[in-house]
Design a protein. Structure first.
Length: 134
């Protein structure tokens, strides 16, 4: 990383669950030390309400967020691109750091199934922060 604030882009298919929860965790835990983006290869109309509920249980409010379409510019402007099940839809640029987080999709699942996904994302984001913010 450079001396500038690192930027992270979380990408999943619908930008309605996993990537929104990850962005919420990173904003909450890193504050203004990291620039946070999220997007989807085929964005949904709204954020998964169960993901919103699960994050609210942790004191993190993601209700104001909206699913956004993945753009080449978003990838180019990010230092780290973390994919979560978007497959080959994510453009690749040399010099970027890419990670693929294998996470179950919370779409269509109840709160009991979404909580462990939320908690795993939280663990991964904490490890990412340790790596990015030195």
């Amino acid at each position: 990383m450079t001396d500038q604030k690192p930027s992270v882009l979380f990408v999943c298919v619908h930008n309605a669950g996993r990537s929104q929860m990850a962005a919420g965790w990173l904003r909450e835990l890193a504050g203004d030390r990291v620039e946070v983006r999220s997007a989807g290869s085929m964005p949904a109309d709204q954020i998964n309400p169960v993901a919103v509920e699960a994050m609210r249980e942790e004191g993190i409010d993601i209700t104001a967020e909206q699913p956004k379409v993945l753009t080449i510019e978003a990838v180019q402007d990010s230092d780290v691109v973390i994919t979560m099940g978007c497959g080959d839809a994510c453009p690749f640029f040399p010099g970027k750091r890419y990670e693929d987080w294998k996470l179950e999709d919370p779409a269509g699942q109840g709160i009991e199934a979404v909580r462990p996904i939320r908690d795993e994302i939280g663990r991964k984001v904490r490890a990412l922060i340790v790596d990015l913010v030195r």
